[in-house]
Design a binder for this molecule. Structure first.
Ligand code: SME
Length: 161
């Protein structure tokens, strides 16, 4: 049986496919993905991209398009935060309760859970899609698949640059 969340996820995935076909630049796609996920998925309260700064040594994640409140973390190194953990490991990180994760860098007092999914370009991490929720354990396996799907589309578009 389809749950309400499954239905929302299915709708969001279709909307992202439409967005992909109607945009030509990675910039427009990334902006559209943040808007769409923030508006469509009710527990996705902050949605944004951090991209690796070109040529930076040591590597640095820089805030790109986002929806939600301004964050104090506009530049994050790879050994900081959940964001750094996802980028350095090249793996999706889901944190069900941010207060229990010592890596967590606070962005808003309202944030309870977080997901960070790397964006790969030609097999290498180029950035990541970060989502915060005001709800504990907001990100199910299905949510994880949706966010990974969005990140993969952005990687695919970036490969065409
Ligand atoms: N919480 C993130 C920092 C970015 S803000 O959530 C927008 C982290 O721990 O890396």
């Amino acid at each position: 049986m389809l749950t309400a969340n499954s239905r929302k996820i299915d709708e969001a995935r279709k909307a992202v496919d439409t967005l992909y076909s109607q945009t030509t630049t990675s910039d427009a796609l990334m902006e559209g993905v943040t808007l769409l996920l923030n508006q469509h998925m009710l527990k996705y309260n902050w949605v944004g991209f951090y991209m690796l700064e070109e040529g930076a040594d040591p590597p640095m994640l820089v805030l790109g398009h986002f929806q939600g409140a301004m964050t104090p973390h506009t530049r994050i190194s790879l050994h900081q935060g959940i964001c750094g953990a996802a980028a350095s490991s090249g793996k999706t990180v889901v944190v069900h309760d941010v207060q229990k994760d010592p890596r967590y860098l606070a962005c808003s007092v309202e944030t309870k859970s977080e997901i960070v999914v790397p964006v790969f370009v030609h097999g290498k991490v180029a950035g990541e899609l970060d989502i915060d929720s005001h709800f504990l354990a907001a990100f199910t396996d299905e949510d994880c698949e949706l966010v990974e799907y969005c990140a993969a589309l952005v990687g695919k578009r970036l490969e065409k640059k």
